[in-house]
Design a protein around this ligand. Structure first.
Ligand code: ATP
Length: 233
């Protein structure tokens, strides 16, 4: 579904990604793990066209999207749940969901909203609450719900567990699992390597802008180097 081939990305003179090749197949959860500053967010954002790659190619659903505008890439079926959630804090929960569904067909909007409320009953309870007053976990649910409103084929999640309590993290990962069981394809970027690899069909390890390992989630979980560097031994 998504193929990055030898992608390099620069910020000015600084090279953040070096010859990165990654594949996400339909129906998979693919996890990308790596330390702070490894380039995980840059990889996600490069697929979205900002920053623009400096060499290589990105293909989505059989089309080269390397030179497309970000808005066109989003409309072609990719939705991003950004690091730090970035909900519109002065808007209510339901208004945030409306923003996510801005380009959704009128005929599909209501059923999509209903589906999001089924996935996240808490959002339904809080539909008129200003989102900035919600807890971190609730805001994360809202960020995922907002992304789902565009009925994406591929969902990018950038560090969904960041800053959340263990119990809430478990809820978020349960939701990701549920989305997969409904057929969603998911590319998950995480520093929480343990959880991310448990969930993943396949995973990649990014170090200093380079993919240094790729394997099934299970194999990476038991890989000696991964255990030492990312799983606390
Ligand atoms: P984190 O988990 O801390 O978000 P990350 O793995 O997502 O880290 P990136 O945010 O992609 O890493 O950053 C990769 C490198 O690119 C870092 O060295 C960072 O300083 C640099 N970088 C990121 N964004 C910019 C920018 N807008 N301008 C210049 N350099 C940037």
């Amino acid at each position: 579904m998504l193929t990055l081939k030898n992608v390099s990305t620069h910020y000015g003179k600084i090279q953040a990604l070096h010859d990165v090749s990654v594949q996400v197949n339909e129906g998979e959860i693919v996890s990308l793990i790596g330390a702070n500053g490894a380039g995980k967010s840059t990889l996600l954002m490069t697929v979205c066209g900002d920053p623009r790659l400096s060499s290589g190619s990105v293909e989505f659903m059989g089309q080269d999207i390397s030179q497309k505008k970000t808005s066109d890439i989003m409309r072609s079926g990719i939705a991003v749940v950004p690091e730090g959630r970035r909900v519109f804090s002065r808007l209510t929960v339901e208004e945030n969901l409306h923003m996510g569904g801005f380009f959704t067909d009128k005929g599909e909007f209501d059923s999509t909203l209903e589906h999001v409320y089924q996935l996240f009953p808490r959002l339904k309870e809080r539909q008129n609450q200003r989102s900035g007053t919600m807890s971190g976990g609730e805001q994360q649910m809202l960020a995922i719900g907002r992304a789902m409103m565009s009925r994406p084929k591929l969902l990018f999640l950038d560090e969904p567990s960041l800053g959340l309590a263990p119990l809430i993290i478990q809820q978020i990962f349960d939701i990701i699992e549920q989305l997969r069981s409904e057929g969603m394809t998911i590319f998950l970027v995480e520093q929480n390597a343990n959880q991310a690899l448990r969930l993943a069909d396949r995973g990649y390890v990014l170090e200093n802008g380079r993919i240094v390992l790729e394997d099934s989630g299970d194999a990476l979980l038991t890989n000696e180097e991964v255990r030492k560097a990312y799983l606390g031994g």
